[in-house]
Design a protein around this ligand. Structure first.
Ligand code: SF4
Length: 288
């Protein structure tokens, strides 16, 4: 059989020129290749089965009129939050050969989350946090993107750290919850080799995270930390400015996540904070 894959969100990163690999499609590829079938990114012609993945609601559909198939499988949060891969495909390791330019690995040690933030679909999609068995790494990978939603909330976080230290590659942890971070976790976080700044988040202005972030900076140098600040969802402009200025005082780099990118204030505030040359030289009162 000929199997076609379409990664609707798979646009090239403007800086790296690389496409972030789609794990579901890599598993589909591995599953069918093991059965002896031909698998490729669908561009043109007839496919016995076509798998289309879309992770984000806002990604526009891809128009590929030259592709035909009698069996189309659509999946991903962008189509249906409840839809799952069949178990026999889910348990497969990812096939990195369909992303030959990819020079990193993607990894999960847990799915789900302990929290249920009102703006986030993780709990609805993946449920409460559950440890999972790590997948094979990319043989051509030089660092690991760790995609856990809440790395340290995993009851087995220590064995995940052991795994990462043993692999001895740089890591990019996507979900570090500073609200639960204790001294031991901060110690081990600092032992990892980081690919980029460590990302934390201060989404709720009513929760004062200054003590936790201050504690974290006792173990990890503040310039190594970047803090996402959600605006336009449940905060006033004064609360947005307070969080950003507190982070500046602590030496931590703020990064604004506007809830509605089209709203003028949110767009402007995000531009002020996220363009560091502006943020470091111009006050908000002057910029706005
Ligand atoms: S902590 Fe992060 S992953 Fe967990 S529910 Fe909140 S936003 Fe989602």
């Amino acid at each position: 059989m000929k199997i076609g894959l379409i990664d609707v969100d798979g646009h090239r990163n403007k800086k790296t020129g690389m496409v972030f690999p789609n794990i579901a499609l890599m598993k589909v590829s591995n599953y069918y290749k093991q059965l002896g079938h031909e698998v490729e990114h669908a561009e043109f012609g007839y496919y016995d089965k076509l798998y289309i993945s879309k992770l984000f609601n806002f990604t526009p559909e891809i128009d590929k009129p030259l592709i035909t198939s009698n069996e189309i499988h659509k999946g991903g949060t962008g189509y249906d939050i409840q839809k799952r891969l069949p178990l026999e495909i889910e348990v497969c390791d990812p096939d990195y050969l369909i992303y030959p330019d990819c020079d990193f690995s993607v990894q999960f040690f847990s799915r789900g989350c302990i929290r249920n933030c009102s703006f986030c679909v993780v709990r609805e999609k993946e449920g409460y946090i559950t440890p999972v068995k790590p997948m094979n790494l990319n043989p051509n990978g030089t660092h690991i993107e760790v995609l856990d939603n809440n790395f340290f909330a995993n009851p087995e976080w220590k064995s995940s750290i052991d795994y990462l230290l043993k692999e001895n590659q740089k890591v990019n942890l996507h979900g570090v919850d500073v609200r639960i971070m204790d001294e031991e976790q901060a110690y081990y976080l600092n032992k990892l080799k980081h690919y980029k700044q460590i990302h934390i988040a201060w989404d709720f202005p009513k929760i004062d995270l200054v003590p936790q972030i201050t504690e974290m900076t006792k173990h990890i140098k503040p310039y190594k930390i970047m803090c996402y600040v959600l605006i336009g969802f449940n905060s006033t402009p004064e609360e947005d400015l307070y969080r950003v200025e507190k982070l500046r005082e602590l030496g931590v780099s703020p990064f604004i996540m506007p809830f509605n990118k089209a709203e003028v204030y949110q767009k402007r505030f995000a531009r002020w904070v996220n363009h560091k040359a502006i943020f470091n030289t111009v006050k908000w009162s002057e910029y706005r």
